[in-house]
Design a protein around this ligand. Sequence first.
Ligand code: AMP
Length: 392
Amino acid sequence: MKILSVNCGSSSLKFKMYEMPEEEVLISGLFERIGEKASEYTIKLNGEKYSKEVELPNHKIAFEILVDELKKNNIIKKLDEIKGVGHRIVQGGDYFDKTVIASDDVVAKIDELATLAPLHNKAAITGINAAKEVIPNATETVVFDTAFHQTIEPVNFLYAVPYEWYTDYKVRKYGAHGTSHKYIASRLNALLGRTNTKLITCHIGSGASVSAIKDGVCIDTSMGLTPNAGLIMGTRCGDVDTSILTYMMQKKDISPKEMDTILNKKSGLLGISGVSNDSRDIEEGIAKGNERCVLAQKMYVGKIIDYIAMYYFELGGVDAIAFSAGVGENSIRTRMDIMEGLKVLGIVPDVDANNSRGEEKLITTNDSKVPVYVIPTDEELMIARDTYNLCN
Ligand code: AMP
């Protein structure tokens, strides 16, 4: 059965087509700068890659070209062979604790939740509507980044602000990256050979979050009402003293919208280093002796260690820790810095094993009290699995 896994941004469409249940990737690609100038798309097929510049006035045209490419490359002969289309949705609020079919009622709820994730949820709806027009007979599903975190108890999801903010305005922790944390946890359980486990999963990419997972169920996560909570990220500040906001808004006459932009787009590694949001550039800066890059890396790593320590206590121990996403899968240095900081837990890094990128791997020695793994995440596969299950 052919299943399409898609992730629509306001000007992008990323896709992977799977043969299910074999979980074989048939083709993948990315449409960029939709609705802008110089738009283009890239297709990956059989280990080869090609790009084309085309006019992409909207997501519907992107889906039409996608279908043409599927036919041209003999992935499908007829449109009806695409049985399911699964969409990644950032914010599902407390309405959704699992993947569901994208009915009109569900889409209306995603729209209602757009106040919490304005860019993402609106873009996803554009993608859902475009896919429905272009591939009308497929089952459309929606897979929420927040769903896996819906098992978190009030003691961990509430903020110590007036309770009515929660009852009247739904102010609470929702988390994000849930699909990724769920995938990493399922891989860790497979590697450990059991499901009654205490796990700490670190999804550290340009966005970053840590989750505490007990017996396959999420009990806490570092992102909050929005993704700008918890860890220091590429451009997001993560946890800060909230009084800084009002203080700086008064000092520099900053509007709420401007403040939101500064905290989400100009902070994090970029804000501290003044160099870049990309950890490769930070590492290059450190090699050149840039003190602010050294500081940014120390703060970044320190915050991850803080959360791992906190979740170690919340879980009452830990059976395995995993690193994933762009930094977690590729930054040898960051993983080593974090493991060094966790020595008190009896963690012993395996320097040779850690010296690789993008591979599922144990990176601690056999006598390490806690095994630490690199687990390349696969959110697209999770979307395809859920969509396949709903199609059945
Ligand atoms: P993601 O959001 O998961 O795609 O992660 C993107 C981020 O991963 C980039 O901004 C970099 O900070 C980081 N990254 C990717 N490759 C490397 C690498 N080889 N070394 C260090 N960081 C990397």
